[in-house]
Design a protein around this ligand. Sequence first.
Ligand code: SF4
Ligand code: ZN
Length: 737
Amino acid sequence: MSKLIAFAAIQGGYKVVAEVEGQLTRALASFDASTKVGFPNTAYYLPVIYSLLGIKVETLEDLKKPLEFARGLLPPHIKLKNWLPYLGPLLDAGMAGIIAYEIKEALRYLNEPDFYIAQEDPDIENGKLWVGAADDTILRKRGVEFVDGSAPGFAAMVGAAPSPEIAKMLVEDYQKKSLYIFCAASHNGTTLIEQCLEAGMQVGWNTRIVPFGPDISSAVFALGFANRAAMAFGGVQPGDYRKMLMYNKERIFAFVNALGDVGTEWGVAAAGCVNWGFPTLADTPIPEILPTGICTYEHVVAPVAHEDMCQKSVEVRGLKVSVSEIKIPCAFGPAFEGERVRKDDLYAQCGGGRTQCTEFVKMAQLGDIEDGKVTVVGPNLGEIKEGETFALGIYVKIAGREFQEDFEPIMERQIHHLVNYIQGIQHIGQRDIAWVRVSKSAVDKGFTLEHIGVALHAKFHQDFTKIVDKVEVTLFTDEKEVAKMTKQAKSDYTVRDSRVDSMTDEDVEIYYSCSLCQSFAPSHVCTVSPERTGLCGAYNWMDCKASFEINPTGPNQPIEKGECLDPVLGMWKGVNDFIAKASRGAIKQYNFYSMVTEPMTTCGCCEAIAAMLPACNGVMTVNREYMGETPCGMKFTTLAGVMGGGASSPGFIGHSKFNVTQKKFILGDGGILRMVWMPKMMKEELKDRIIARGEEMGVPGLYDMIADETVGITEDEILPFLQEKGHPALSMDPLIG
Ligand code: SF4
Ligand code: ZN
């Protein structure tokens, strides 16, 4: 922390307390000590003093006690030479200043009863610009907005902008965010309020631009208002200062913008506000107080350019952007999630084996992206003709104070259902094997590709408020760009997958459920363990764990695995209990490590589907991208259609590609050594890992023993190959006992 600013604030504390002591002495000399003092029409006395100290100030005499308290708070003067950087003295000085400022304003009400106009809006014609303390009627009407969230908080603006135009820009930025703008103090002989009026704006409680007063002491009305709201609507008891300050820090999104030279008197006010958790952002180069402690993030940030003031303030205070409207021409919501785009209504499509369609979420730094920006790179739907296919890369950059790289896969997995929420758009799959179908009816309504970005931006803000501050979306349709993005995405997928590589199921007591797909497959529940990633390939154990942390009531719940009922096939009591409930009784139990005996359920998202090949005493698997025939007699699409509805189908299992090379993959049935056929493309994709797994299992040549479509697409065609290679499956126990 800067010594200088602490020095200025503590000096300010002494100055203000001394000044107000003088004023009180003078008032006591000219008025009777029993003279009534206070703010108009309120049951909360002097609200800062009442709420924090529990002191009910009713008369001039009553002012003595809180003022003495303020004096007592003043810390020893700082000797600039050896001073320990400690926030406490600064906070105390600030609090002393705030108490003194409230007394100062009470004395102004006594000495100049007509200085403030007691109504919501100023009386400009008669030169009554300042409204002073809000009375209880205003509190009841407006304070509740702070509690119900229709006003997230306020910007306390002190001083004046360099010009009326800048004042207007600043204030309008805050109005757009539904914040109240509480104005106090002057700079260069003018005030922000006068500048707003000059710029043709209406001021008053009704436009949320509140002219409290022309002096810095009137900023105390903002704090008094916040504290009264906490007492009236938050149930905080007068005198419970700790709770009061915490309530404000946690519930009221307020901050100070200092526009102009920050002297000692502003300095002490700013320090005072830190007690409430309200940081100060200044437009002049005052020393910053960056380390956090009381405020959610930094305490004093400066200098901030005027055009960045709103964004930066909102960011430093941790105010969350709420996007209530999803501005797209189609209806939007879970009701449309399961809707299909049929052949006759199809306008254009991407992915699904015809073109590349990839989705990718990447964390970004807050300063590097622009919230809400959506860009389409390449032809948009207007230029894509009916019946055509196009490539698509959905690239989402997310930044947030609380955002972590671990959250990328979770956000990415949301794209599936969120795009499906758009009426007339169908989304299947994930990662680099997504498939999007756009209907004619959506295009008729005016749907274009950027609306995918608009919807994702809005929903990410709505559903992940805690971790998301900024979302920027790029939609690539230019093939080269899509290929470039896909390459980067794939290398990231590998990194994500490898996060669980060194973990085993025995290492953990907790597995995680995933019920994200229940809207499509109602009885389907994935249980994700370190060695059994979700069948969509998008969620591994780490991802589910992170997802649970972000959203404790969400689709990924921890499952205490409990007693092990079958270590070979992989069955646990805790898991069975959980899935019975989560599938509403449809599934009573399943095995993790078997596709033959009571396998896990499968939904339509699976990256690959394994099937038994009895004549070969082995199994095959086929990935979504492979369009051809397979030795089990069914193509991928047929297999997915047969068993993608959430059932447990003995003899078949949906799984992720990565899972094939995880150690527990159908280990109860013999593991990867049972694998006799897979498409060449999938084999090549997993080559290094298959070779490694084969070696681990004592069959170093396994990779070359697995047949693919170049060998054959029926059991009869591949069997001689397997025999010739000496495939281990042929000499294993019969697959069906
Ligand atoms: Fe979750 Fe399983 Fe659906 Fe993946 S497939 S999203 S893990 S339920
Ligand atoms: Zn699914």
